[in-house]
Every structure is written in C-alpha cells, then in structure tokens.
Write a protein that binds this ligand. Sequence first.
Ligand SMILES: *Cc1c(COP(=O)(O)O)cnc(C)c1O
Length: 398
Amino acid sequence: MKTEQIIKEAEQVLLHTYNRYPIVLDHGEGMYLYDTDGKEYLDFAAGIAVCALGYGNKEYEGALTEQIGRLLHTSNYYYSEPVMEAGKKFIKASGMDRVFFTNSGTEAIEGAVKSAKKYAYTRDGHAGFEIVAMEQSFHGRSIGALSVTGNAHYREAFEPLMDGVRFARFNDYDSVAAQVNEKTCAILLEPIQGEGGIYPADPEFLRKVRALCDEKDILLIFDEIQCGMGRTGSMFAWQHYGVKPDILTSAKALGCGVPIGAFALTERVAEKSLAPGDHGTTYGGNPFVCKAAAKVFDLFESMKILDNVAETGAYLTRVLDEMAASYEFVKARRGVGLMQGLEFTVPVGDLICKCQEQGLLLINAGTNILRMVPPLIAEKKHVDRMAEILKNSFKILL
Ligand SMILES: *Cc1c(COP(=O)(O)O)cnc(C)c1O
C-alpha cells in the first residue's frame, strides 16, 4: 500500500492522541530503519529508548520465534521456564531480590506504588500513606501513574487524581525534606529524568534522600524505566550512582520491543508487602515476553553492551559538548552514557523534521530539548553521521 494511503486510513481509525510524523516505517536493520518508500533513517530514538539491540538481531529473533512455536501464554497460575529464567536474570542484573513482571512501564509504577503502600500498611496497621514525587517527572498515563507525575499539562483534565501525593523539586534536598511527614511511605524519583528534559540527579542529592529514607523508614523508589537497562553504561542507574533503592521499576529496553515491564523489591520490603491476592495481571510476564527479556540479558553480556555504552557514550558526550560550545542556540548538554539531551534556546520541532528529511530520527523531551536515546549498539561512526546531519539542519536556525 502507498505511504499516503496508509497515513490517510490510519488517521480515519486511530484515536487522535498523537501528532505522528508523516513517515511509515516498514523494517529495520542494525542502527537503521526503512520506510515504505525504501528511505533509510539512522535511528537515535530507538522507539523511545526501547530497541537497545537495534533491529534484526538474529539471536533475539530466533529465541522469540522458537518460543512462539512452543508456548505464548499460560497465565500466572502456572510456572514456566522462560519466566523463571527472566526472573533470575533480572534479579542478578538489578541487585534486587523479588520481581513482578508487567505489560508496561505504567503498570510497573502502579505496582511500585501499591508495594510501598502495602509495606506501610503492614507495618502500621492502617492505610492513608503519602508519596513524595518530583516536579517535571514522568511515570505514565494511568490514573495512579499520572497522580505521581509532576506535569500539570498531563494531569489537568483528569483531576482529582489519587490523594496523598506531594511534589518536591528534583535535585533540591530541602524541598524533598519539606514534603516528608509522619505519613510519608515512599519517595519516588527517576535517577535521570527522561521526558522532563534529561536531567541527571546530583549524586549528593540521591545520597541525602537515601539517608533520609533510612532514618524515617521511608521507601526509596527509583523509576528506571528509561534510564535503566544499560543506558548509563551500568546495568541500572542506581549502580552508576552507588545509591540503591528499595523498589525499582523497569520497562522500555527490558524487552527490546516486546511489551514487558517490571517492579522489583528488596527482600526486606517484600516480606511486608504484596501477598497473594494483593496484585495480579493476566498477560504480564508471560512466557513469550519473558523469553525475550531473558535473551536480552544474555545478549547484553555476549555483545558487551555496557562496554559499548561507556565508549560510544563518552564519544557522544564529547561531540555534543562541542556543539554546545560552538553554537549560540545550543544552551547545554545533559545526560549520562547513551541518554543525552541537548537544550536549545528555541523549540526543536522544526529541527527534528529537518533531520528526518536527511534520514535521521531524533525525538524531543520538552519543547526545547533534543533527546538522544539510540540503540545501545551505536558506534562512533553513527555518532559522526548523526552529528553531520544535525549540524547541517542547524541551517534553519541561522
Ligand atoms: C516511558 C516511561 C514510563 C511509562 O512507561 P510506559 O511503558 O509508556 O507505560 C514511566 N516512567 C518513565 C521514566 C518512562 O520513561
């Protein structure tokens, strides 16, 4: 079918919740995507930090195909080997003790919030506990996840949301401490804020929040849905910072394209938290998606993904720092590893379209911030090509 026809027919049936770019993607290979006209795009978006292994990885696809032929779904009433395998690998990589697999990041946040509330309920014997979350955070679109998302624009039409959420300023310890009271059960934050504009936490901020949580028996929840799974050069961002949470959420690159998320607890929290009957999911973590996640962990090791992120991430950082120093309209570079943001003095929408014309996919994080979350297999030559196209598109700003 012709590109225009696909766009036209899609617009007639899909709920208009996205202003999609006029590109119809068809297939991918490595760092590249191809549209229905055969045009090639270098991909620095990775389906929003999802496709960490790039496209067309034969070993990954083989594992999925094999599992499709064997068993897709069982419900969580029964055991299966892929689920056990994914669980073991997640626990080993994350340093947490107990994991629950979900269908999405949003559901991982729901589970994390419920775990924290149940922990406080078990300990104190009554409900009504509060959560401190951050301004400019993003945790998802369900009513619960939206309740802890610090973005008025996303929330407004859906209020009143869940009660008992207080917002503090990210990287401002005093602001966090001021929102904590005897009813607080958890502090929730992204170690590196993603949608909010790629803002990494200050190490000192995380250390102080951790100490506050320890002092008051408050649970620290890290949302690593975007910044986890190798993006910083560590498997999870908490390992990059050396500050461990009590509850951790994951999704996006966990399945590298199949819908799987997770929330994980330390044993200390799990003992007093969700018990049979408290939580569940029909699809969540079925044998198919767990086979994918288990294979992703294997491939991260065999392909030395973390080493590659350290190397390519350092190079990307240098290249972007140079841009920030050379162009008046590039205000700042922020980020860690292969999770980088370039803040402009102007909106980046036109720049993104100009890059698409030249065969480069980028996304934004807020109006003025260009976000780079490429597949974790990106090499220096891809960074060079990206920089060449991006600089060329700066013409429209000069
Ligand atoms: C994407 C994202 C979510 C939501 O995940 P979905 O899979 O879209 O539900 C939550 N938190 C963070 C930090 C994210 O980047």
